[in-house]
Design a protein around this ligand. Sequence first.
Ligand code: PGA
Length: 258
Amino acid sequence: MTRVAILPSAEAAAVTVATCIADALQVDPELVIGLPTGQTPIPMYRALVELHRQGRADFGRATTFNLDEFVGLAPGDLGSYHAYMRAHLFDAINLAPERMHLFNGKRKDWRREIARFDAALSALGGLTIAVVGIGRNGHIGFNEPAPALATASHRVRLTEASRRANAAAFGGRWRRVPTHALSMGIGSILRARTVLLLATGAHKAAIVARALHGPITTRVPASLLQAHPNVLVVLDRAAAGKLPMSERRLSRGSTMKS
Ligand code: PGA
């Protein structure tokens, strides 16, 4: 079942997702959380850091798994998602480094790297909550549109769209964005007990509508979430702009089944 929450602003949507994570941490301090990167989650991480400062989000016993990392970048490299996570969340919360799981994009033997990552994830029983974004091409993590999708973590060739979407961290030059990434598999995301999808901005409206109401297809990886039993899609008004009018009316300020 998919519930949709439409908030009046991107900031309010970000706070909603951060609050869901904080609330879940209170119920289960040993939460295993899948974490996204990109532009959209930045205000969500800001809100989560604020909740942590207020004593409402304790990461002392939590574990995180990032959805993806660029191939060829070391954890210390500026454009890496390691660096992103330190800047936006990790340096400001009480999460122990050994509980932060990210792919090392620099490791030559990437098959071993993804095996290490997936073994750590299954040792904990998988994700309790997967927080995901959606690319304009419908990807989640870097599970790019394709005729078939890998269930486990894998190495993926990035589409030009995804490289362009990440240009900001590479001096605005999309050709400098690495050509490949390591991504958590769609199976690990779909096995999460709860999936929180955050999308904001008018540029996401068309793909959000396709993901929620179009056919389930690996050409729109986020559409697979329609088959998941517990998904909350958190949108601002702009990202909800192409949903059916009835849904937009009903879900304003509350949530509804999709
Ligand atoms: P964005 O990326 O937040 O930068 O749009 C989302 C995604 O690609 O999952």
